[in-house]
Ligand binder design. Sequence first.
Ligand code: GTB
Length: 216
Amino acid sequence: MTIIVTGFEKSPDRGRGLARDMRVRWALEEVGQPYEMRLVSFQEMKEPAHLARHPFGQIPTYEEGDLVLFESGAIVLHIAENHAGLLPREADARARAIAWMFAAIGTVEPPILDRANAVLLEAKENWHDRRLALVDDRIRIRLGALSARLGDADWLDGAFSAGDLMMISVLLRLKSSGLVDGYPTLAAYVARGEARPAYVRAFADQLAVFTAAEGH
Ligand code: GTB
């Protein structure tokens, strides 16, 4: 059955791999599942055909036969549960890996999204610098705790898992801020993720979409 993932026709991140279809592409590459992309414009994302796939008119979505999914975390979990390579077989270790997925999306990503919105939408406000400083403090609290837990391990809980895939995807959003650089073990953790062949393939594929859209 062909797997179809939606992504931006022309990503606003200009091919930096920060849009959330990247985590789905990465997961599919990790488990060796081929897939096709359905590229959508911002206008198409809000039209009925795409709203039927995604109630909020966003990307990514995932289609596999009759199954249509939205939410990158749910999609990565579905992939990880149905193909070997992203979740441990042993029940407790599997539950812990899933907990790290939720931690990435529910605990670490929110202040990082606050930062992205502050930079994108509030830069001209006279309170912008103070707000950004507060948001950065909240991010540092999360990074400090994560760095302490990771310690000198390669991955969060034993072998690389969907928990690492989601956590690294979330941390990558901070790249231009330099915040992760203050935590050398986390910077190395992110670099290990980016060096994985599956990540490299997924990144190159999403970049090729942007480059083609630019007409290069
Ligand atoms: N919780 C959902 C999930 O995890 O799947 C969130 C999905 C989401 O926010 N999708 C964004 C979207 O469709 C794209 S990824 N936005 C269009 C809309 O809402 O109309 C977010 C994103 C956008 C841009 C950059 N960037 O330019 O760097 C990075 C990430």
